[in-house]
Design a protein around this ligand. Structure first.
Ligand SMILES: NC(=O)C1=CN([C@@H]2O[C@H](COP(=O)(O)OP(=O)(O)OC[C@H]3O[C@@H](n4cnc5c(N)ncnc54)[C@H](O)[C@@H]3O)[C@@H](O)[C@H]2O)C=CC1
Ligand SMILES: O=C(O)C1=N[C@H](C(=O)O)C[C@H](O)C1
Length: 266
């Protein structure tokens, strides 16, 4: 059995992960951490009152008490790096879905995990369809270097652009290299109306609305034609097979693997 602690357990993703871990035979839900709803048992969060795992606020105390193999983190951009470093120092393998981490924080985590020889998976998107969307976008960029990304999410999302949009831009940039896209004499009559520019020059547009879950279009333009690659997560179930895959695979890793594609296609 793989012993799992879920961090961010009272959140939208945390509750899905609790349920998925609880319902998976080879996984043992040993602890749940969240800075809100402390003291409640987690079962009622998804309608299983018989589950007697309490929500606790102090990650380090939970790690010391439960000695898990894996910590799954779906918290916030402000909390994630600290949580991951705490887990690594306790030789607990992090599986991280939280987006919005800074590049310098990611580098620090890479070197800490490598030094300690502890496995860690960080994936901006755990949905198989989203991983394929990024792969197909990279393929399309070989022929269509002109591209813009529109990501659409629920209106409670803290970070913009999404981690998936940044990962997509990086995948496209790795293929198209140094390329100057578009007409540069344009003027924004409303600031920001042309979207934000990723460091590599790709424009990203972030839409936030109630009713949305997680969606993205990658639109390529060419001579007399466009190509749109679109992915929709219509429920958070879509992320669970990827999370469970990462929980199992991280047991056999050393250091950081960034991106689910490195587990699926490797
Ligand atoms: N990689 C992926 O496939 C996916 C990633 N995400 C990312 O996961 C993160 C969480 O998303 P949601 O669940 O929608 O957010 P949410 O706001 O519903 O849940 C976050 C939870 O973390 C808790 N929290 C905040 N700081 C904490 C700390 N220091 N320790 C413990 N708990 C803490 C909050 O109280 C809250 O309950 C976001 O960064 C989002 O972008 C979301 C969906 C899929
Ligand atoms: O906040 C979300 O909901 C999601 N966040 C991730 C991201 O920022 O890419 C993954 C998915 O898009 C859902």
């Amino acid at each position: 059995m793989i012993k799992v602690v879920v961090s961010g357990a009272a959140g939208r993703m945390g509750r899905e992960v609790l349920k998925a871990v609880w319902q998976t035979e080879d996984l043992d839900l040993v602890g749940a951490v969240d800075i809100r709803a402390e003291g409640q048992d987690v079962g009622p969060l998804w309608g299983a009152p018989e589950v007697g795992v309490p929500l606790q606020a102090d990650l380090e105390a939970v790690l010391l008490e439960t000695r898990p193999d894996v910590m799954v983190d779906f918290t916030s951009p402000a909390a994630v790096a600290g949580n991951v470093k705490t887990a690594l120092r306790h030789r607990v393998r992090p599986v991280v879905g939280t987006t919005g981490m800074g590049a310098d924080e990611l580098e620090e985590i890479r070197s800490l995990a490598a030094d300690l020889k502890v496995g860690c998976v960080i994936a901006p998107n755990f949905a198989l369809g989203a991983v394929l969307m990024i792969r197909f976008a990279a393929e399309a960029a070989r022929y269509f270097p002109d591209v813009e990304i529109i990501e659409l999410h629920h209106d409670q999302k803290l970070d913009a652009p999404s981690g998936t949009a940044i990962k997509t831009a990086e995948a496209v940039l790795a293929v198209r290299g140094d390329y100057r896209q578009g007409f540069h004499g344009e003027e924004e009559k409303i600031p920001g109306v042309r979207g934000g520019r990723h460091a590599g020059g790709i424009r990203i547009h972030s839409v936030r609305l109630p009713g949305l879950v997680a969606h993205q279009e990658v639109i390529f333009g060419g001579l007399g034609q466009t190509l749109t690659i679109r992915h929709d997560s219509i429920s958070r179930d879509s992320f669970m097979p990827g999370v469970l895959l990462a929980v199992r695979r991280v047991m056999h890793l050393e250091g950081v693997v960034y991106g689910l594609e490195n587990l699926i296609f490797a």
